[in-house]
Design a protein around this ligand. Structure first.
Ligand SMILES: *Cc1c(COP(=O)(O)O)cnc(C)c1O
Length: 338
């Protein structure tokens, strides 16, 4: 195992030994290739560079107390990348190829998988780009799929601590009938200006409203939003939200704990009725929200008044990380052992 300060890992890029690649040419995927290079040789007219033919995924591997390495929900990530590829007309990566590439990248970089008990994990980043040259607007004929990994600590530097978020009405990350439900880089480019605004005002992230009517909650930055009240877990349903796999896991865990689960439109006014709110995603895991500020209406919604995460968030978070880290059984087959 590499000698890192596992307790204070940032959420950032650290070079590992290998990454894996696969090229789509002449209508078919080739063999997986292993390389140590961090660079790709790309045609200057590649569609990924000009027309945004780019999709990515994010998942994690964990080392259990038993020493075994667990990759969390690779199949669901593979299917989502398949949907994204079809959404922006790229050659989809077959689910089995995706999983093989992920498992290979993890295995080859085993010494970078953080030990159990530090709250750190190996972040896995699959990437699919249009590599074929085009000048007219049309899908590329060639694609590159690659997977690299990097050890990471918590996304928000304080870990499982409530964050403050800012409602964002001046920007949208996606259009009503656009690409919000696909995991594409363009949505992130669209989010950077509002994220900078939120950071400059001291907030951890932005809360987007639905881009059509600005009435309902969409997402919290690169994470899904949820609220809890009356023994019910409520999460927004919208055509411009990225379907978070973490959110789906938490919905299942909430049901197991006897909560009701509702996926529906969540009007912004409903924020005043929640007992707890939070955001969830592979990077954010489950992060409770302490305060939501809406600068345009001057409304402030506060939770966790004692500064601590609420009881339901805490139970859901503990259950999720226990399954990921192998401290509790995995009743739904979410984990693959490497
Ligand atoms: C990736 C992502 C999420 C979280 O999805 P997970 O599958 O839970 O990691 C949420 N929102 C956006 C916009 C994303 O890109």
């Amino acid at each position: 195992m590499e000698n890192f300060d596992w307790k204070n890992m940032p959420f950032g890029y650290i070079k590992t030994d290998y990454n894996v690649r696969c090229y789509y040419r002449d209508g078919e995927w080739g063999e997986l290739e292993i390389t140590s290079s961090e660079y790709i040789n790309l045609h200057m007219a590649a569609t990924s560079l000009h027309y945004g033919q780019e999709a990515f995924e994010g998942l994690k591997a964990f080392r259990g107390k038993d020493g075994k390495v667990r990759v969390f929900r690779s199949e669901a990530n593979a299917k989502r990348m398949h949907d994204t590829a079809e959404g922006i007309r790229m050659a989809p990566v077959p689910v089995e190829l995706f999983k093989k590439a992920v498992f290979t990248a993890v295995k080859l970089n085993e010494k970078f998988i953080p030990p159990h008990g530090f709250g750190a994990s190996l972040y896995i980043r699959p990437l699919l780009i249009g590599s074929g040259a085009e000048v007219g607007v049309r899908p590329a004929k060639e694609y590159l799929f690659m997977v690299f990994v990097t050890p990471v600590g918590p996304y928000f530097k304080d870990g499982f601590k409530p964050i403050d978020v800012m409602v964002c009405r001046g920007y949208d990350r996606a259009a009503p009938l656009g690409t919000g439900r696909f995991k594409v880089g363009g949505n992130y480019a669209a989010s950077l200006a509002s994220l900078e605004l939120a950071h400059n005002k001291g907030f951890s992230t932005t809360l987007y409203l639905d881009p059509k009517e600005k009435k309902y909650i969409d997402e919290a930055g690169p994470a899904n939003f949820f609220g809890i009240k009356n023994n019910t877990y409520i999460t927004p349903e919208s055509n411009s939200i990225l379907p978070s796999i973490t959110n789906m896991c938490i919905q299942q865990l909430a049901k197991d704990m006897g909560l009701n689960v509702e996926c529906r439109q969540v009007p912004i006014e409903e924020l005043s009725t929640f007992e707890e709110v939070g955001e969830c995603g592979t990077a954010a895991v489950l992060t409770p929200i302490r305060k939501i500020v809406d600068p345009d209406t001057n409304l402030i919604y506060e939770y966790c008044k004692d500064g601590k995460p609420g009881p339901v968030c805490t139970r859901l978070y503990n259950k999720l990380i226990a399954i990921q880290n192998g401290d509790e059984p995995d009743p739904y087959g979410w984990v693959d052992y490497i």
